[in-house]
Design a binder for this molecule. Structure first.
Ligand code: SF4
Length: 108
């Protein structure tokens, strides 16, 4: 084996190790990023009566009613882009697709 082929092999191994280390660092970086949120922020800028209506109708961001989520409610409008928050024709403020309130009405 001549020194030229040894250098080529070493060079290949170095480049392979560098690629592997770079991939491992990228994977570690991706793990540190927070997962996409599935909940909506608390409403801001709503009147007291609008906030009270959310409470009165028992709105929750995560439904405890099997098969009944805002996404399946006739009164829900999905967000224009992919995301967890839509709007509701009864309640003001952000509405979670996985939420629920006592006015839930099945989509027809
Ligand atoms: Fe959700 Fe209630 Fe609005 Fe229906 S009426 S979309 S269940 S908040």
């Amino acid at each position: 084996m001549n020194s030229s082929s040894t250098n080529t092999r070493r060079s290949f191994l170095r480049q392979s190790l560098a690629l592997f280390a770079g991939g491992a660092a990228l994977a570690a970086c991706e793990k540190k990023q927070a997962p996409a949120s599935t909940t909506c922020p608390e409403p801001t800028g709503l009147s007291e009566s609008d906030l009270q209506l959310r409470t009165t109708l028992g709105y929750v961001g995560t439904s405890a009613q099997p098969g009944k989520e805002c996404a399946g409610c006739q009164l829900f409008t999905a967000p224009p882009a992919a995301g967890p928050c839509g709007t509701c024709s009864v309640l003001k403020g952000p509405i979670a697709a996985k939420g629920y309130c006592n006015s839930w009405t099945a989509k027809t």
